[in-house]
Write a protein that binds this ligand. Structure first.
Ligand code: SF4
Ligand code: SF4
Length: 306
């Protein structure tokens, strides 16, 4: 086994020990296949008011421009599929936001992984990214063999579906690289048919500006009136395209205690949400990513759904 193979093996074993579902590695280089796709998506204005998606176009396609001297992109998946769900009579929150803000949980794990590399391998510099605009995380995970990008544009695996976070560690060490897997969407169109706002405009293309996640989290203005009655009770994010995906029958609950929700989040009924005060909001979502919408944002969404 040469050094690169040996290092890759060590890193993957440590990633598993840290609780990641899987780890795949790619050479840090220009994402040739992704470049025209991203350009087309932006030219069609699919980013809506998320103008940060337009920034750093070159850096987003080439990690060596983002992290100087980088050699490898290590992609990691962390499961967030819960074992308990919100009550039926409730406005809905995307499952990824049930527990503690994933940015913090994953950053801590990536820091540990980086520390392991430095202690076991040597002086290796790098940067960690968690759901960060300049890195095309799904493209890197797919290139590294962790899954394929489904028609709903999420990363998808045959073994565990799609309910996991994707993160990257970009480092200046050469490693052994993995290969992409094949696409197993076949003739299925369940996600396209089920999307409440017809945001999946064609297979593999999501118009971000029509997606419920965008409306309920990113959009800072009033929600567009033509969306009234279409949001299917989603008050933060939307899981419809993932919930209907046949591969998600294979999702298994995570075992990360920090992702367990506040019990009130699961038990609150529509009425409780409609009457929520700012103090209760702060308590229920103390460390959650839902805080991103702020109290006023969540109230705006609830009022729109009422
Ligand atoms: S998250 Fe919801 S709104 Fe967005 S593409 Fe999927 S089903 Fe459609
Ligand atoms: S629902 Fe069907 S088409 Fe959509 S991502 Fe899943 S397998 Fe692919």
């Amino acid at each position: 086994m040469n050094n690169a193979q040996n290092y890759s093996k060590l890193i993957k074993e440590e990633a598993k020990r840290l609780g990641f579902l899987s780890c795949g590695i790619s050479k840090a280089e220009f994402l040739e296949i992704e470049a025209p796709r991203l350009e087309r998506w932006l030219n069609n204005n699919n980013q809506g008011s998320m103008s940060y998606m337009e920034n750093h176009f070159d850096k987003r396609l080439d990690p060596t421009k983002l992290v100087p001297d980088s050699k490898s992109v290590i992609s990691l998946l962390l499961n967030y599929y819960p074992s308990e769900f919100q009550t039926e009579d409730s406005y809905k929150i995307s499952k990824y936001a049930y527990g503690k803000d994933y940015h913090e949980v994953i950053k801590a794990k990536l820091k540990e992984l980086h520390y392991f590399i430095e202690t076991e391998i040597g002086d290796v510099s790098g940067r960690a990214f968690v759901d960060s605009a300049p890195v095309l995380d799904k493209a890197w995970a797919a290139k590294s063999g962790l899954g394929w990008i489904g028609k709903h544009s999420n990363l998808l695996t045959q073994k565990v579906g799609s309910f996991y976070f994707i993160a990257e560690l970009i480092i200046d060490l050469e490693l052994e690289y993995d290969y992409a897997t094949t696409d197993h969407c076949g003739t299925c169109t369940a996600c396209i048919d089920a999307c409440p706002t017809e945001a999946i405009t064609e297979p593999y293309v999501v118009d971000g500006s029509k997606c419920i996640s965008y409306f309920t989290i990113e959009l800072k203005d009033q929600l567009p009136i033509e969306m009234r009655g279409k949001l299917e009770d989603w008050m933060f994010g939307c899981d419809v395209c993932q919930d209907v995906c046949p591969w998600n029958k294979f999702s298994k609950p995570h075992y990360e205690p920090l992702f367990n929700p506040n019990p009130e989040l699961l038990n609150f009924t529509k009425k409780d949400w409609e009457e929520i005060t700012e103090d209760v909001f702060k308590k229920v979502f103390q460390k959650s990513a839902v805080k991103r919408t702020k109290f006023a944002g969540l109230q705006r969404n609830i009022n729109f759904l009422k």
